[in-house]
Design a protein around this ligand. Structure first.
Ligand code: AR6
Length: 188
């Protein structure tokens, strides 16, 4: 379950919130996003939590869609997870896959496009690329929220975007960046 709701910003009837919690425990979301590897197999961090909770059927389903490239997103069933779908994104490895910001933004856009194509209302994201892939968290948060706020203006089915952060410091940083970017965005 979600531990704490920190902040929410609304654009065009779409709410974007940051919470502290585990991406594999978001039962009120239609889809959760996986910080995947190219082969769409289990791993550490988010991918480990999602594949453990979903079970081996997720790995089997994903094998047919692999490999994917940085910036790409694909969708699968959720199997043992309490959601309808998993959207798998391959974020850029910082300092290796470039241009990083464009590839990271593409992940968020492509994930939302898949959610729209499946008429989903609520989608939860982890902070893609900020763990094993080494993207500095503040920089990644700016890319993520700029992309989500811009895309929120044209979303038709998605109404609720949740950003799930693993610990209190990450939540605090994301809350700050979301409010800052939402303020900039209001000023334009
Ligand atoms: N719920 C929410 N956030 C989490 C969770 C969780 N259960 N676990 C970790 N985080 P990462 P990446 C945070 O490494 O950087 C995988 O093994 C974590 O603190 O999962 O995109 C794949 O197989 C960090 O801030 O994703 C790939 O090879 C963020 O989620 C590679 O790692 C992302 O961390 C992907 O690396």
């Amino acid at each position: 379950m979600t531990d704490a709701s920190a902040t929410a910003v609304s654009r065009n009837g779409v709410s974007i919130e940051c919470v502290k919690g585990d991406i594999a425990r978001q039962p009120d979301m239609d889809a959760v996003v996986n910080a995947a590897n190219a082969q769409l197999q289990s791993g550490g961090g988010v991918a480990g939590a999602i594949h453990r909770a979903a079970g081996p059927a997720l790995t089997q389903e994903c094998a047919a869609m692999a490999p994917i490239r940085p910036g790409e997103a694909v969708i699968s069933g959720a199997h043992g997870l309490p959601n309808r779908y998993v959207i798998h994104c391959l974020g850029p490895v910082y300092g290796h896959d470039g241009p990083e910001a464009e590839l990271l933004a593409a992940c968020y856009r492509n994930a939302l496009d898949l959610a729209e194509a499946h008429d989903l209302r609520a989608v939860a994201f982890p902070a893609l690329s900020t763990g094993i892939f080494g993207y500095p968290m503040a920089e990644a948060a700016k890319v993520a929220f700029r992309t989500l706020l811009a895309r929120a203006r044209s979303l038709k089915s998605v109404r609720h975007i949740r950003f799930v952060l693993f610990d209190a410091a990450d939540l605090e940083l994301h809350t700050w960046v979301l409010n800052d970017i939402a303020g900039e965005d209001n000023a334009t």
